[in-house]
Design a protein around this ligand. Structure first.
Ligand SMILES: [Zn+2]
Length: 192
């Protein structure tokens, strides 16, 4: 299957092409140019638009979309202290809903590759990491999630409740099915 995007300006990251086109076959860009365009199964012609490479988002905490707008006037630590007890009750459904909102926002802004630094894993709430990855697959976002953890609960002087103290991280990511071969659309980075 081939696809041709024509735009008033094509920016490749290193050069600008007026009235250019991008030729895609099987999801891979095979040619960029201007002038007579190659045949394609599907053509999108946007003479008043700029086509650019997808943006990359290198830092996110997508589960926090579930509480967007809470404690809006607080300092960082006021915000964290107020919300950790709320975040300590997240489950796979709330992570999925929040991630879909976060990823949709990114895609609508031109971002096609994102990470997510997820580090809140309440005890007894399975499937959080999987919810993130499934959301990215559903929406077509290239995804490089990071599995973090918190190791100091409030009984030992930390900010988060003990219920998200996670001193043995990577349990949920350890058995995760990371696709192998072909073009990688998903990679998992485990941070100790
Ligand atoms: Zn951060």
């Amino acid at each position: 299957m081939s696809f041709l995007l024509k735009a008033g300006l094509v920016y490749t990251g290193t050069r600008e092409i007026e009235n250019g086109w991008v030729h895609v076959r099987h999801g891979v860009i095979i040619e960029v140019g201007s002038g007579p365009a190659p045949e394609a199964g599907e053509i999108v012609d946007e003479p008043n638009c700029v086509a650019t490479p997808g943006l990359v988002n290198a830092h996110d905490h997508m589960y926090q979309w579930a509480t967007r707008g809470y404690v809006a006037d607080g300092t960082l630590f006021e915000w964290l202290r107020a919300l950790y007890p709320v975040w300590a009750r997240i489950d796979a459904d709330s992570v999925r809903v929040a991630a879909r909102a976060a990823m949709a926002r990114l895609l609508l802004c031109g971002c096609t590759l994102s990470t997510d630094h997820h580090y809140v894993f309440p005890h007894g709430r399975p499937g959080l990491f999987e919810a993130l990855v499934e959301s990215a697959r559903e929406l077509g976002l290239r995804f490089h999630p990071c599995r973090g953890s918190m190791s100091l609960g409030d009984s030992r002087g930390g900010l988060p409740p003990d219920s998200v103290d996670d001193r043995a991280p990577s349990r949920s990511a350890a058995g995760f099915d990371v696709p192998r071969g072909g073009r990688a659309v998903l990679a998992v980075l485990r941070l100790a």
